[in-house]
Design a protein around this ligand. Structure first.
Ligand code: FAD
Ligand code: NAP
Length: 468
């Protein structure tokens, strides 16, 4: 592999060499209009004047987890949409959005290969990891992906009948930032939540919630929790909510820790041993060293999560593993949200897929053994990383593509387009103007309620509005 600076030079040289050759334009198709898709497109469009890109999404609306994942009370994160919109609108017809097309179902990769020189898989991680324990499918157990999709208006989960009006206690299993997002939204003052772009159905359910305590549970110890300081601090600052961290966190030796971990550990230490429930109020509890073993039910609904107690093994405190003991511990609860990570899947047999890592095998985004096929984002490296790392990763893939164009490995083999493949699908498609119609409608529905937007959650309604 060339050092990155040399790759950059070669990539920018490719712009010149391509423009010197009078070749027809290169056609690229990006599958997935999330951050990885738009960041990859941005880099390619800026660095090569001859690339034309179609960005396909299975939904009628773009932006993936920025719309359907990022918490409603984090509007500043959603500003990334402005950058994606510049990419979508700033290059004329060199960048097209084609929404409401599911690759692998509505159109196969073999078909797309006939029409494009370059295919980039950026379809994210649309499944979730499971515990693999008895009772996991009982009513009252949700995957974080479902729960987050429900409050953020993902059409598939918008109709989930989540009733919080009788629940007292919830378990959010997993100690990543997604788990903290969920716990925070459930504990936040409702008047604050009402000013966000949370969907009305979720706002109503949370307003009616009787939940008073939320256990955020991890299989390892305080130092291995994967949430970050900003998100943890937000949890500790919720008004009227008591935080509880087990007293053994007082013994953490902060001086031994790398900087980002030190700040999280310091905050945990400050909270350690603090009392549980506020008087009649709400509380969150960090519970460590527990592995789920069984979901217990009563009258057909969740009543507790039975866990095995763990101990930590391994010398390096940052990467210690959990090992089960003979002891067990039940956490009474009326609701369980399993927040142990998203998971990617294979959408078409022509795309190599590693069923151990649930990613597409690749080298710097080049799919192994498949010239012209690339990947970026969560399907490339697994379901971890914030927008900044997804951007860096997308640029890495784009640079590989530019390098392959420059070296002649990828070239234009397609003839002029007389009939776009998507016209034969026989279904309504949404272009970027169609999305802008939906966007406007959502913003105006939100204005009436003092919210930034009220999301449309029904696909047929989206399609109708897109056509206006
Ligand atoms: P995605 O965003 O999932 O995009 C994939 C796209 O592919 C989707 O639009 C999907 O509809 C489409 N697609 C899927 N299958 C197909 C198919 N078969 N055909 C066509 N299209 C398809 N990062 C932050 O920096 N700050 C945050 O606050 C933050 N909050 C988060 C909250 C949650 C709940 C989650 C899960 C993640 C959060 N992240 C946050 C991380 C961030 O969202 C990811 O880094 C980023 O979205 C990954 O981008 P991606 O494009 O790989 O995947
Ligand atoms: P994550 O950070 O990887 O956390 C997953 C959690 O699940 C960890 O506590 C992990 O514990 C646990 N886990 C995994 N497999 C398990 C199993 N089989 N049994 C029990 N526990 C298991 O993932 P995430 O919370 O889904 O977040 C995904 C990415 O999005 C992260 O990079 C996150 O930072 C980002 N994100 C960012 C924000 C933000 O910036 N505000 C918000 C949300 C998400 P172990 O460590 O023991 O494996």
């Amino acid at each position: 592999m060339l050092p990155r600076t040399q790759q950059f030079l070669r990539a920018s040289a490719s712009v010149r060499s391509i423009s010197a050759r009078t070749i027809s334009s290169l056609k690229a198709c990006i599958v997935g209009a999330g951050p990885a898709g738009y960041y990859t497109a941005q880099r390619l469009l800026k660095r090569n004047d001859h690339i034309h890109i179609d960005i396909i999404d299975r939904l009628p609306v773009p932006f993936g987890l920025v719309r359907f994942g990022v918490a409603p009370d984090h509007p500043e994160v959603k500003n990334a949409i402005n950058t994606f919109t510049q990419t979508a609108t700033g290059f004329g017809d060199r960048c097209r959005f084609i929404g409401n097309v599911e690759v692998g179902k509505d159109v196969r990769i073999s078909e797309l290969e006939k029409h494009y020189d370059i295919l980039v898989m950026t379809y994210g991680a649309e499944n979730d990891r499971k515990f693999g324990i008895p009772g996991e499918d009982a009513p009252g157990v949700y995957a974080a992906r479902e729960f987050v999709g429900w409050y953020n208006g993902l059409p598939k989960f918008a109709d989930l009948a989540i009733d919080l009006s009788k629940a007292k206690s919830a378990v959010v299993f997993g100690q990543g930032n997604v788990a903290l997002d969920i716990a925070r939204l459930l504990l936040m003052p409702i008047d604050k939540l009402a000013k966000t772009d949370i969907c009305q159905h979720a706002l109503d359910a949370i307003a009616a919630s009787t939940l008073s305590s939320i256990h955020i549970v991890g299989r390892r110890g305080p130092l291995q929790a994967s949430f970050t300081i900003k998100e943890f601090r937000e949890l500790t600052k919720l008004p009227g909510v008591q935080g509880h961290v087990p007293s053994y966190a007082e013994n953490i030796n902060i001086d031994e820790l790398p900087r980002p971990k030190r700040r999280v550990a310091e905050l945990m230490k400050n909270k350690a041993g603090s009392s549980g429930d506020a008087d009649g109020g709400k509380s969150w509890h960090l519970d460590f060293l527990l592995t789920p073993r069984e979901v217990l039910t009563s009258n057909g609904r969740v009543s507790a999560l039975r866990c095995t107690k763990n101990k930590l093994v391994g010398d390096d405190i940052m990467s210690q593993r959990a090992e089960p003991t003979d002891e067990s511990h039940d956490i009474s609860c009326d609701l369980i949200v399993r927040s142990i990570g998203y998971q990617s899947r294979c959408i078409d047999e022509r795309i190599p897929f590693d069923t151990k890592t649930y990613t597409i095998p690749n080298e710097h985004g080049r799919v192994v053994g498949k010239a012209g096929l690339y990947c970026s984002g969560w399907v490339k490296r697994g379901p971890v990383g914030v927008l900044a790392s997804t951007m860096t990763d997308a640029f890495d893939t784009a640079d590989s593509i530019l390098e392959d164009i420059d070296s002649g490995l990828t070239s234009s083999s397609q003839t002029g387009e007389t009939h776009h493949w998507s016209h034969s699908l026989g279904k309504d498609l949404v272009d970027f103007t169609g999305w802008e119609n939906i966007n406007q409608e959502e913003i105006s529905r939100g204005e009436n309620k003092g919210k930034p937007r009220e999301k449309i959650v029904n696909i047929n309604e989206m399609l109708r509005i897109a056509k206006r």
